[in-house]
Design a protein around this ligand. Structure first.
Ligand code: SAH
Length: 407
């Protein structure tokens, strides 16, 4: 184990339990660093701060994990953190009509760079740190011993592969042991608030589904009935299906991914066949493969009574925030111009670098430019299986509002 001293003036954030320490904040490391390993971390005056994982190849050199002096850093600690994260989700295991939810939410659950979701009997993990890649086998073994899933599939987050010098690979674990799996195996099938979904093996985006929008998909049901709905950035139709369930007049789904839209239609059929959405729903849906930012400019004015705007992460870093604010603003401004008077927009940002107040400011600019009045009806966030750790504000990445557009 290394002993690391933090530079004078740089220890405020780590002492307040922020988990990220960059190389510039490190004054000294003993013995001389070679491989990645655990570290005990001290202020320059010699006070203990935390235990962390030191890895020079990671873009976050030191990731703090436990501020409890009595902990013993090692694989057992990692396994215990995984077990505790699962135990905190206990209420989710007995929900009557939902079998997809997040079990481990990265630093918010003290496991940096690791997201694990349950999709029915399968677990899907997304690895975005060298720490998570290193401890994946131990975490897989622990999850197996507490949950006995059919399979755990782990993919590398493409956005972080080069930042963390991680190979893009897919790993599988059965009964806690690493295995080789057939790429053509069956999709994982699960339900979310009564709607059936499937996630294809090893492809898709992230872990194949966005379970962070679960509560918000249910909330949009309150507004979709009797309205023509536009689901912009629909992916595989999470919002589309809930809008149909609620009795939308029609749903137009737009996404740049043709395969996601094919899967959306498949899921509409699956749910209609299982009577989870009204008969005739499949005739109400259209899909369009397009750049949504362009497409909406050409869309018919006044057609839609409801829009869902769920773009991908536009601000990847704080440095990219200014440009991203402009892109979000333009999207929302055009939506406000196009929607019918009195229409409802559910609008989201999943950029961790953009705060909720930035997001609200952006909406105010968009409304001013569009010449409309906006009423905020609901404030939206990820579900409580994606907790926000107060000492780590970046964990509040998903924010949204349901707004009414008055013209
Ligand atoms: N609302 C979805 C999740 C959306 S994720 C759900 O509930 O599951 C963001 C989506 O935006 C992805 O499906 C991605 O394919 C799509 N996307 C990214 N850039 C796009 C663009 N320029 N135009 C249209 N879709 C885009």
């Amino acid at each position: 184990m290394y002993r690391i001293t933090i530079r004078e003036g740089k220890d405020k954030a780590p002492r307040r339990h922020h988990p990220w320490v960059f190389s510039g904040a490190i004054e000294n490391i003993e013995p001389e660093a070679t491989d990645a390993d655990w570290a005990e971390v001290y202020t320059h005056t010699g006070l203990f701060i935390a235990y962390g994982w030191y890895d020079e190849k990671s873009h976050i050199t030191l990731r703090l994990i436990s501020w409890n002096r009595k902990d013993r850093p090692g694989e057992d600690l990692v396994r215990r953190l995984a077990r505790e994260a699962v135990a905190r989700r206990k209420p989710f295991f007995s929900l009557p009509d939902t079998t997809a939810f997040r079990l481990i939410h990265g630093d918010a659950d003290f496991l940096p760079g690791l997201a694990v979701d349950a999709y029915g009997r399968e677990l899907r993990a997304v690895v975005s740190s060298r720490f998570a890649a290193h401890f994946l086998p131990a975490i897989a073994a622990e999850l197996d011993s507490v949950l006995h899933p059919d399979l755990l599939e782990a993919v590398t987050d493409r956005q972080f592969a080069s930042l963390e010098e991680l190979p893009e690979r897919i790993r599988h674990f059965r009964s806690g042991m690493e295995t080789r799996e057939d790429e053509n195996r069956e999709n994982a099938r699960f339900i979310e608030n009564g709607i059936w979904f499937e996630a294809a093996p090893g492809k898709g985006q992230k872990s194949g589904f966005y379970c962070d929008q679960r509560d918000n998909r249910r909330i949009i049901e309150d507004y979709a009935a009797g309205r023509r709905v536009l689901d912009l950035f629909s992916y595989t139709g999470g919002f589309t299906l809930h809008a149909l369930k609620a009795g939308a007049l029609s749903v137009d789904a737009v996404d740049s991914s043709e395969s996601a839209l094919r899967h959306l239609l498949y899921q509409v059929h699956l749910n209609e066949d299982r009577n989870a959405i009204p008969t005739g729903s499949r005739e109400k849906v259209t899909t369009t493969t397009a750049n949504a930012f362009e497409w909406i400019r050409e869309s018919e004015e006044g057609k839609y009574g409801m829009m869902i705007l769920d773009p991908p992460k536009l601000a990847k870093t704080k440095g990219a925030l200014d440009n991203a604010m402009k892109a979000y603003k333009d999207l929302n401004r055009v939506a406000m111009l196009k929607i019918a008077a009195g229409g409802i927009i559910a609008t989201f940002s999943c950029s961790g670098a953009m705060s909720r107040s930035d997001f609200q400011t952006m909406l105010a600019w968009a409304a001013a430019d569009a010449g409309v009045e906006i009423q905020i009806l609901r404030t939206l966030s990820a579900g409580e299986d994606h907790p926000v750790r107060l000492s780590f504000p970046e964990s509040e990445y998903l924010k949204g509002f349901v707004i009414r557009v008055l013209k």
